[in-house]
Design a binder for this molecule. Structure first.
Ligand code: GDP
Ligand code: IMO
Ligand code: MG
Length: 427
């Protein structure tokens, strides 16, 4: 049985949570492989809304084992808040498994995330302020704290002291902040150890055995292709690998185990935070998409920047992720437009680009070249079969599909678990 990857195709918030939740009853494991509580997934089940940040979206399906993989950065206070919040609503979280190799977001990294952003001023990234960048930086600098360090108090103190040696200099001398006491950090982290212990495992081994036993593993990406630290719009990205490659390194599952890559693609484009965005709308049309699509961040509540669909990005996502299937979400939000613009290429200084420009400078200066497709007026939220979509909505899906290099297998027509049109089963 296979491993299946779900990734975001654009700048996040495409509806990965809903897609993962929808597949819940066909998979045995759902593994979050990157990011942390910078993610925000809204999942709607029978009208009940759940906002998930750190927990894999499979948590809402009773038979699924949710796994937080080694590639994730974990804020333990947030983890247990989320667990308690779900338990209070009757969701059983007892199956949750946490990788011993996942890195912990220490409180000083949340402070550093916020003060660095302030320090950057107009050059800021617009991060979520959750300590993500500094924690991944510590991982790469080899001064990170891992889940397994909680089980060796002496090592934990040594590591926290080591990490703070330089950080305390920076916090006090550069940012004019108070010194952080390593002992306090250790006490705070150890306060979680009894709750953490039963959920920790060698998750790479666990998943390998599950695959060998014929079970299905779904690898759920946070963030998205253009926020990927290697393949995104650097430096306006997150600090993890949000593309398919990250699914392997962030879970310990080998590439040869993966047989499907599903990219979630919104029928228009949104972005939170700073950075280039060629099809961004600054007019009433952008406001219309924001209002109709309810484009406000699940994590920070920030209004999302909105723009038309960009086929160049779709093609790029297909290429760097090896996409086998696209899920086109929020088609219902485009209902009621006379004509729907679709970006088919960029003009950069008089030169046409059909693929992502090689340099960020060119991407910053890309002007979209639009094709205008005819719109539709009918309410499509109740449609469950492709043939029942209005002819122009069908044409929109087929035209976009022709531009992005992989088939569209599911079309989203509303936020609820059931509000989708399935053209090809994903599993
Ligand atoms: P994620 O981070 O990729 O999981 O996406 P978010 O949850 O941050 O944002 C997607 C939003 O769109 C959520 O509020 C979903 O409930 C909602 N959503 C997902 N699919 C659809 C769809 O097909 N139609 C509509 N109207 N809303 C959708
Ligand atoms: P989901 O999983 C949209 C953006 C932030 C910022 C940049 C870096 O819900 O799609 P970070 O805090 O990660 O260092 O911020 O990345 N960002 C997201 N934007 N959806 C997300 O997650 C995001 N996670 C991070 O807004 O621009
Ligand atoms: Mg989101």
């Amino acid at each position: 049985m296979p491993a299946i990857v779900i990734v975001g195709a654009q700048w996040g918030d495409e509806g990965k949570g809903k897609a993962t939740d929808q597949l819940g009853n066909r998979v045995d494991y759902v593994v979050k492989f990157n990011g942390g509580n910078n993610a925000g997934h809204t999942v709607v089940v029978g009208g009940d809304k759940y906002a998930l940040h750190l927990l894999p979206s499979g948590i809402l399906t009773p038979a699924v084992t949710p796994v937080i993989g080694n590639g994730v950065v974990v804020d333990l206070a947030v983890l247990f808040d989320e667990v308690d919040g779900l338990e209070a609503r009757g969701v059983d979280t007892s199956r949750l498994v946490l990788s011993a190799n996942a890195h912990l977001i220490a409180p000083y990294n949340c402070v550093l995330d916020k003060v660095t952003e302030r320090f950057l001023g107009s050059r800021r990234i617009g991060t979520t302020g959750r300590g993500i960048g500094p924690t991944y930086a510590d991982k790469m600098n080899r001064v990170g704290i891992r889940v397994q360090d909680l089980f060796d108090e002496k090592i934990l103190l040594q590591k926290v002291e080591g990490a703070l040696e330089l950080k305390n200099q920076v916090l006090t001398k550069v940012y004019n902040r108070r010194m952080v006491d390593p002992g306090e950090v250790v006490d705070e982290l150890l306060g979680f150890v009894d709750r953490v212990r039963p959920m920790v495992a060698d998750t790479s081994l666990l998943l390998e055995r599950a695959l060998d036993a014929g079970q299905t593993v779904l690898l759920e990406g946070g963030q998205a292709t253009l926020l990927d630290v290697d393949h995104g719009t650097y430096p306006f990205v997150t600090s993890s690998s949000a593309t398919t490659g990250g699914a392997c390194t962030g879970s310990g599952i080998a590439p040869t185990r993966i047989d499907r890559v599903v990219a979630i693609l919104k029928a228009y484009t949104t972005r939170v935070g700073e950075g280039p965005f060629p099809t961004e709308l600054h007019d009433a049309a952008g406001e219309h998409l924001r209002k109709t699509g309810w484009e406000y961040g699940t994590t920070t509540g920030r209004p999302r920047r909105c723009g038309w669909f960009d086929a160049v990005i779709g093609r790029y996502a297909a290429r760097v992720n090896g996409v086998t299937d696209f899920v086109l979400t929020k088609l219902d939000v485009l209902t009621g437009l006379e004509r729907v613009p679709v970006c088919v290429g960029y003009d950069v200084g008089g030169v046409r680009h059909d693929e992502m420009p090689m340099t960020q400078t060119d991407f910053h200066h890309a002007t979209p070249i639009y094709e205008h497709l005819p719109g539709w007026w009918e309410d499509i939220s109740g449609v469950r079969s492709f043939d029942d979509l209005p002819a122009n909505a069908q044409a929109y899906v087929r035209t976009v599909e022709g531009m992005i290099g992989a088939r569209i297998s599911v079309v989203g027509v509303g936020p609820d678990r059931d509000e989708s049109v399935v053209l090809h089963d994903l599993i």
